[in-house]
Design a protein around this ligand. Structure first.
Ligand code: C2E
Ligand code: CA
Ligand code: CA
Ligand code: CA
Length: 276
């Protein structure tokens, strides 16, 4: 082992070095990517208790010209750090709303769910921008769901409260994303105008474990108690679905139903028969 340690340190340094230069390269590519509209949306179906498509969640994608496919878990935090996330959000909003307007000609009750970061909620232009994009496509604000994470609420600022109330007044629904993974101070659930609780995938894939299942059921009961709608994320197996249906979850999302799809493939799932 001693003989190898020099090599190992050098190897380690090289790995570090390439990691740093890759990160730098990614950072440098963010602005051009936004300018060239290189980020694009995919949409994951969300179904109701009758397995009918009722909304789609917009998820951003990025194919880097040299580095290939970059996960949103990598580029979203980078955009946040660089103060660029609101530009991505606006682009995704414009594309998503435009798509939704098209789909709603076929299925008038379909809704779009879109992920917002903290700077989006802090953006003073937000309500004006939203109103404008919706008006361009003559869509009601009720067609839109905004997903935020618990961390945004934990900060408990007046700005967040005001902004969420304005969105609510407009008719937008608010979903609390990845519920249960953050600090989960339950007190804010009552205080903020939240409509939907999205139970994180990590809870759904531990439903086979007795202790974890009890915790998940407690979260579901709490949501019912607070009159919140419940979306179960990351549903992959029929046994999970069965249990979650028994517990009266309202909406389901996960690979069991569909992976995120490009717009053209959503088109095949949008249904003429769904009632408005
Ligand atoms: P999220 O909002 O929790 O999105 C759900 C993630 O879980 C997506 O990963 C989706 O592809 C994945 N997923 C859905 N169903 C299943 C399943 O059954 N099994 C498994 N194993 N995974 C499933 P994705 O697209 O890689 O997105 C990761 C995260 O990146 C998102 O987590 C969200 O926090 C963030 N993100 C993506 N697009 C945007 C965006 O436009 N804006 C912001 N602010 N964040 C975004
Ligand atoms: Ca989400
Ligand atoms: Ca989530
Ligand atoms: Ca997540």
């Amino acid at each position: 082992a001693k003989k190898n340690s020099g090599y190992q340190i050098r190897h380690y340094n090289n790995t570090m070095q390439s990691e740093i230069s890759r990160r730098y390269q990614l950072q440098q590519s963010l602005k051009p990517a936004l300018q060239q509209k290189a980020f694009y949306p995919v949409y994951q179906p969300i179904v109701d208790h009758t397995a009918q498509l009722c909304s789609v969640e917009l998820l951003a994608r990025w194919q880097h010209p040299q580095l290939g496919f970059i996960s949103p878990e990598v580029f979203i935090p980078l955009l946040e750090e660089e103060g660029l996330i609101t530009f991505l959000t606006l682009q995704m909003l414009q594309q998503g709303i435009s798509q939704l307007a098209h789909w709603r000609k076929i299925q008038p009750n379909l809704r779009l769910s879109i992920n917002f970061s903290a700077p989006d909620i802090a953006n003073p232009e937000l309500v004006a921008q939203l109103t404008k994009v919706l008006a361009q496509h003559t869509l009601p604000a009720t067609a839109l769901i905004i997903e935020i994470t618990e961390s945004i609420l934990i900060e408990q600022s007046d700005v967040v409260m005001q902004q969420l109330c304005s969105l609510k007044q407009l008719g937008v629904s608010i979903a609390l994303d990845d519920f249960g993974t953050g600090f989960s101070s339950l007190s804010y659930l009552d205080r903020y105008p939240v409509d939907i609780l999205k139970i994180d995938r990590s809870f759904i894939n531990k439903l086979g474990d007795t202790k974890a299942r009890r915790l998940t059921l407690a979260i579901i009961h709490l949501a019912h108690e607070l009159n919140l709608k419940i979306t179960a994320e990351g549903v992959e197996h029929p046994q999970q679905l069965l249990l979650l249906q028994q517990e009266k979850c309202h909406y389901f999302q996960g690979y069991y139903f569909s992976k995120p799809l490009i717009a053209a493939d959503i088109e095949n799932k949008v249904s003429y028969s769904a009632k408005a």
